[in-house]
Design a protein around this ligand. Structure first.
Ligand SMILES: [Zn+2]
Length: 161
């Protein structure tokens, strides 16, 4: 990648997403990342500022995906704000949905396979981040349906009577 050009826009096709880890847990107030092990009961940062604050946890998207341009294939990471455009729901909503439908993450990857987006990509600012970051996405197809809508329609047609 051209290191002198931190932001660039490309037409990219999503090849697949890493379904093993789509979310991370964060403070519901300040959105600082919570450690997974051991699970943090509350946010120390917010508790230090306001002892009365009820600091719950929420999930945010962090999705690794393999994307292709006409020239190359690479791995990029997509954070919550951008992933919401692709998924059409919050990370908590998708997590709850995936509890009922365990194959939802795999189905999401299949739904996205080959889908074209105009992506703005930025090179990581911190030294330990290794993947390009997807700063924004715009679906190319005008009739693009967010993943969550597709999956709800797919699973919603089955009756559990
Ligand atoms: Zn916090």
């Amino acid at each position: 990648m051209d290191a002198g050009k931190p932001n660039f826009t490309e037409i990219c096709a999503i090849l697949c997403i890493d379904t093993s880890s789509l979310f991370y847990r964060a403070c519901s107030i300040c959105e600082r990342t919570f450690p997974e092990n051991p699970p943090a009961p509350r946010c120390h940062h917010c508790a230090a500022r306001n002892a009365a604050a009820s600091t719950g946890a929420k999930r945010l998207f962090r999705v690794l995906m393999s994307v292709a341009t006409d020239e190359k294939v690479f791995t990029a990471v997509c954070f919550d704000r951008t992933a919401r455009v692709i998924f059409g729901c919050s990370a908590d909503e998708f997590f709850e949905f995936a509890k009922l439908h365990p194959f939802a993450p795999a189905a999401a990857s299949r739904v996205l396979e080959g889908e074209l987006f105009r992506m703005t990509l930025s090179t990581p600012k911190t030294g330990n981040a290794q993947h390009l970051r997807i700063a924004s996405v715009v679906p190319l197809r005008s009739e693009y349906q967010p993943v969550f809508k597709c999956l709800r329609e797919r699973y919603g047609t089955r009756s559990h009577s």
